[in-house]
Structures are given as structure tokens and as C-alpha cells.
Write a protein that binds this ligand. Structure first.
Ligand SMILES: [Zn+2]
Length: 264
């Protein structure tokens, strides 16, 4: 899988003697979590994994050289059973996903590391990442953090409808890959589809409401797209990636320096 993580920030490029020499109680490790799943007719299966790595890699370029923050090899397979039925989707169960993160946390704790970030780029993993961040804290005493998506990206010019319901293979993911891997975007194969509208208030929504219905992509989005990619440009992709890289770098530095406050 292609990576934008600088070699000097790639944990798996170290040998064990180099790892042994790290200030392990202070070192912040970042585990990307993503997916290999259908992304419509125009984007590759690896879209979430590529976006995760692109944003994290650009963020790590902004970290001062003396600050020990490393990217672990990501978990490319996520809980993607909403996309089963579209050829190419490779999903793991919630139990498998959580067990892998738990076992990696055990390995890191056994190696003397104390600080771990779970950086997630796939909506189907979100609630599991929150669960595991707490469980690793409770079981191994790891100082764990969860980080999601593109903090700091302004997405200027993206409509309210697209911001709210363009969450799969829509304008933003398409713009990211037009910037990062344009050779993997088929701009002749765009389809668009919204599963709800912001201007039609409904009591039951697919996402982000106080009452949601559980959805499977095949029920609501025949092409696999939830959003509208047609306005995506590489220029916007680059701008938003760099904004998000700054936002992610700032949060990683805050996690590196974090000390919990008691009873403020
Ligand atoms: Zn995606």
C-alpha cells in the first residue's frame, strides 16, 4: 500500500535496538484504522486507507524532528459489513477488529510504551475505536487517544447538503484522492446519491441524529456512493489535506504533551 508517512516517522522501519533506545514512556505511537471497501464506481477500495495515510503522513511532516511521534503500520481492514454485497469489500467483525487493537495494545504495553493514538478514517469503525481507547486505558494503563477524520479542514465551498450527507465517496474523499492518487480516480464514472436531505426535517435519520435507522448500503445507495463527487477538484483536495494536516499535527502535539487534570 502506498504511504506518505516520512521514513523517519515509520515505526516499522526501525530495528528493535532503535526501538529499545526510544524514550518509550514519552513516545507517541499512532495506529491508523481504516477500511478496504467499495467506494462507488469511481474510487478504489482502499480509499479510506489511502486518505488516512495521506493525512497522517502530511501531518507527521509538520512535527518537529526532536518530538518522538511514530506511525505504526495501519489496520487496513475495518468493520465494513454495511458494504457487503459489493464485490471487493473486505470486512472484519467488530470482535476481530477490537481483538486486533487489544492485542497490539498488549504488545506495546509489554514493550514499555505508554501512549497510543487510534486515528480512524472509516465511519463503521468509529464506535469501536471509542470503546477500544477506553479499554486499552483500563486494561493496560496505556494513555490512549482517539482522533477522527480531518480536523481543521474548512471544506470551503462544499454545500451544507454535501457536508451532512456526502459521507461516502462524495466530494471530499474524491478531492483527497484527486490530489493524492489521481491515477486511481475514474472521473468518467461519477454517480451521486443522497440518502437524506438537510432541508427535509425527519424524525429518523441515517446518521448523527437522536433517532437513527441502521442502514446497509445496498438498501439505500445502488451505486455505493452516498454524496456527490462531481464538484471535487485536486486543488481543493490539496488545500483541505494541508489544512487537516495542520489540525492533526496540532492534536498529536497536544496528545504528546498531555497530562490529565484532576478536579479542575
Ligand atoms: Zn470512505
Amino acid at each position: 500500500m502506498r504511504t506518505w508517512v516520512p521514513d523517519a516517522r515509520n515505526f516499522a522501519y526501525l530495528n528493535w535496538k532503535q526501538v529499545d533506545a526510544l524514550p518509550r514512556e514519552k513516545t507517541l505511537l499512532v495506529l491508523g484504522t481504516a477500511a478496504v471497501e467499495q467506494h462507488g464506481h469511481h474510487l478504489p477500495l482502499a480509499t479510506d486507507t489511502l486518505c488516512n495515510n495521506l493525512l497522517l503522513g502530511k501531518a507527521l511532516e509538520l512535527i518537529p524532528a526532536e518530538v518522538p511521534i511514530y506511525a505504526l503500520p495501519p489496520i487496513c481492514y475495518g468493520k465494513s459489513n454495511e458494504h457487503i454485497g459489493f464485490p471487493g469489500t473486505l470486512s472484519v467483525s467488530a470482535a476481530t477488529f477490537m481483538a486486533v487493537i487489544r492485542d497490539l495494545g498488549a504488545s506495546l504495553a509489554a514493550g514499555g510504551f505508554q501512549k497510543l493514538v487510534l486515528y480512524n478514517s472509516h465511519g463503521g469503525n468509529t464506535s469501536l475505536v471509542d470503546v477500544m481507547a477506553r479499554d486499552l486505558r483500563a486494561e493496560f494503563g496505556l494513555r490512549t487517544f482517539s482522533l477522527f477524520g480531518s480536523p481543521g479542514a474548512k471544506f470551503d465551498g462544499v454545500s451544507e447538503q454535501e457536508r451532512t450527507y456526502g459521507f461516502h465517496a462524495g466530494e471530499i474523499e474524491t478531492a483527497y484522492l484527486l490530489y493524492g492518487t489521481p491515477e486511481l480516480v475514474d472521473t468518467t464514472a461519477y454517480t451521486s446519491n443522497y440518502i437524506a436531505r438537510v432541508d427535509e426535517p425527519e424524525l429518523l435519520k441515517p446518521e448523527g441524529s437522536s433517532a437513527n435507522f441502521a442502514w446497509l448500503t445496498r438498501d439505500i445507495a445502488p451505486s455505493g456512493v452516498m454524496g456527490d463527487p462531481t464538484a471535487a477538484t485536486a486543488e481543493n483536495g490539496e488545500k483541505w489535506v494541508l489544512q487537516a494536516a495542520r489540525g492533526i499535527a496540532d492534536r498529536l502535539l497536544a496528545m504528546y504533551a498531555f497530562e490529565p487534570k484532576h478536579g479542575v
